[in-house]
Design a protein around this ligand. Structure first.
Ligand SMILES: CC(C)(COP(=O)(O)OP(=O)(O)OC[C@H]1O[C@@H](n2cnc3c(N)ncnc32)[C@H](O)[C@@H]1OP(=O)(O)O)[C@@H](O)C(=O)NCCC(=O)NCCS
Length: 206
């Protein structure tokens, strides 16, 4: 199995929106994702793709044996993230991993990729909001040294829940060095190809 972190495309939007619906009480529409991917000049949307080998079944197995290939590659979007960059601020707008793929370091790949992208954009800090009840996501952010800098009262309109305003200072050289070490450890634990954090944002057309 190979994991690739890359820019989200319009082709990914239906899979991304399905993961979003399975992950959040207030999901974004497919139209919102299409806007972020193809129209917004501030957005850097990431998709994490798994490539697996699918064994052919039934008559397809017979057909593929006949033409010499028993297997086909399957490309699946297993998670995604959203980053906005305005001035000094990089803002993580969303992050989610498909429920069936959680707990394998994939959320870390997405978060670390967006932090690297923020460093490449020369942002001074990364900010995000997280529900006060979302301990799993808070653990992930704390692992990457985000700190709570405030509380946004009744931020979530479905249940008036508060949000923590969490931030990571990118001007702290020692913290950036620790981030690089954490990223190397993550690569060793869950190898992935990164086509997102360093490369230019591709031009998308609808
Ligand atoms: C938050 C989310 C993206 C994490 O993705 P994931 O792939 O499951 O997380 P990872 O396997 O990369 O774990 C990274 C860290 O997250 C934390 N974490 C992950 N699962 C956890 C769990 N079940 N309980 C507690 N902490 C957990 C840990 O700190 C973990 O580091 P560790 O492995 O060293 O303990 C995923 O749970 C998700 O999609 N949740 C729904 C959407 C959401 O809440 N997004 C955040 C909005 S602010």
């Amino acid at each position: 199995m190979t994991f690739t972190l890359r820019y989200m495309t319009l082709h990914d939007v239906p899979q991304v929106a399905a993961i979003d619906r399975a992950s959040f009480d207030l999901p974004w529409s497919e139209r919102s994702y299409a806007y972020e991917v193809a129209e917004s000049s501030y957005s850097y949307m990431a998709a994490l793709e798994a490539v697996t080998i699918r064994q052919a079944k039934g008559w397809l197995r017979w057909l593929s044996a006949w033409n010499g290939s028993q297997r086909a590659l399957e490309h699946l979007v297993v998670g995604f993230g959203g980053l906005w960059n305005v001035g000094d601020e990089a803002h993580i707008s969303t992050i989610a991993v498909h429920p069936a793929w959680r707990g394998r370091g994939l959320g870390e790949i997405l978060l670390a990729g967006m932090i690297r992208r923020s460093l490449a954009l020369r942002a001074g800090f990364v900010a995000l909001e997280v529900r006060v009840s979302n301990a799993v996501a808070q653990n992930l952010y704390r692992k990457y040294e985000f700190q709570v800098v405030g509380v946004k009262q009744r931020y979530y309109r479905n249940n008036d829940e508060d949000a923590y305003d969490m931030r990571l200072d990118l001007t702290d050289e020692a913290a950036v060095a620790r981030f690089d070490q954490r990223l190397a450890a993550l690569q060793a634990r869950q190898p992935f190809i990164d086509r997102y954090s360093g490369g230019d944002r591709p031009r998308q057309t609808s």
